[in-house]
Design a protein around this ligand. Structure first.
Ligand code: GTP
Ligand code: MG
Length: 202
């Protein structure tokens, strides 16, 4: 399940503009700044293929990256707070949700949750929306390398993950698959790539 090559293909702001070759794809979604673009870079072992930033709101389009000439990783704008006008964020939210509802070759959405802070309602709501719309989902907990901080509730990543899992049980009959990651130390990289290859059936 290794990545041999990865190339940027295109940026779209409407599902209709996305590549039409029908190759299987996996999309990364989550709050702005959760680490979507960083995870994509970690998966393909490139430092700056997808652009990252300390400031939330960096990724603003549906960005397609082709892997091994045979499937796509899709980087998406985040939801929630971002340093961009409200109007722009509403627009991202709309085209992202439309993309989830209309994209036929979307194999699974990877919903990223920051494991360094306590569970947030906006993430539970997003998970629940995906579930209600029958969008296949995998949970990815990010920033598992971060040590607990008092201002973040003083909990370890493992504790935050456990709380999130127990809260999400209300919304799902069967708990979605989940993976702990860190893009800084590349934790979870092989596990995600293996999971993706199993979902693609090759
Ligand atoms: P938007 O495009 O703005 O929605 O953000 P994003 O989800 O793509 O986040 P991005 O990858 O740009 O990362 C945001 C910040 O979090 C950057 O400063 C990253 O260096 C940092 N970051 C991302 N992943 C990790 C991680 O696993 N561990 C730590 N400690 N920091 C991370
Ligand atoms: Mg990004």
């Amino acid at each position: 399940a290794q990545v041999v090559n990865a190339d940027f293909v295109k940026s779209s702001v409407r599902p209709d503009d996305c590549p039409r070759d029908g190759l299987p794809e996996f999309a990364l979604v989550g709050r702005s700044n959760v680490g979507k673009s960083s995870l994509l870079n970690s998966l393909v072992r490139r430092k700056r293929l997808a652009l990252t930033s300390k400031k939330p709101g960096k990724t603003q389009c549906i960005n397609h990256f082709k892997v091994n000439d045979s499937w796509y990783l899709v980087d998406l704008p985040g939801y929630g707070y971002a340093s961009a006008p409200q109007e722009a964020r509403t627009n991202w939210d709309e085209f992202t949700r439309n993309y989830f509802l209309s994209r036929e070759n979307l194999v699974s959405v990877f919903l990223l949750i920051d494991a360094s802070i306590p569970a947030k309602k906006i993430d539970l709501d997003y998970a629940s929306w995906l579930g209600q719309n029958k969008v296949p989902m995998t949970l990815v907990f990010t920033k598992c390398d971060k040590r607990r901080k008092k201002k973040n509730g003083g909990r370890r990543p493992e504790e935050n993950v456990e709380t999130f899992q127990s809260l999400i049980r209300e919304y799902f009959e069967a708990a979605p698959p989940w993976i702990m990651t860190s893009s800084v130390i590349n934790q979870g990289r092989d596990e995600i790539l293996l999971h993706m290859s199993q979902l693609r059936n090759y």
